[in-house]
Design a protein around this ligand. Sequence first.
Ligand code: AMP
Ligand code: ZN
Length: 136
Amino acid sequence: MESLKDDCLFCKIIQGKIPCKKVYENETVFAFLDINPIAVGHTLVIPKYHAAQCHEVPEDYMAGIGKALSVVAKAVGAKNYNILQNNGSIAHQAVFHVHFHIIPKDAKQGLGIQWPATNPSGDELEKTAEEIKSRI
Ligand code: AMP
Ligand code: ZN
């Protein structure tokens, strides 16, 4: 496949060159169990397109990811769960092929989150929104 890279772990998994526990696949998306799960059922959903970060994935592949997250999350079957996607090493990314984690959560297992909320003024929020809108 042209959109995959020879030297990428997850591209190799997509191509069957490295084994995995596959749970779902279609034309644009592949899903398999995380090899070091933080909860039973911890699953990774990835595009069949090599890109390190989310914003580099073409929109049609991202649309496929959105649909697959719904399909696979239903099948994982957790009542409570997190969907996590890390971009860049400082944001805890370790494998540089875009992947979405589906992580069941209960009292004993799953994701722990630090959420350092701030309290900007309305003007500050407005300025940030304008900056983002100007780049769309
Ligand atoms: P991240 O920190 O978001 O880049 O997460 C990378 C994830 O990939 C980790 O949860 C790893 O356990 C997982 N992982 C690494 N190698 C493999 C592999 N060969 N098969 C399945 N999952 C893997
Ligand atoms: Zn790749």
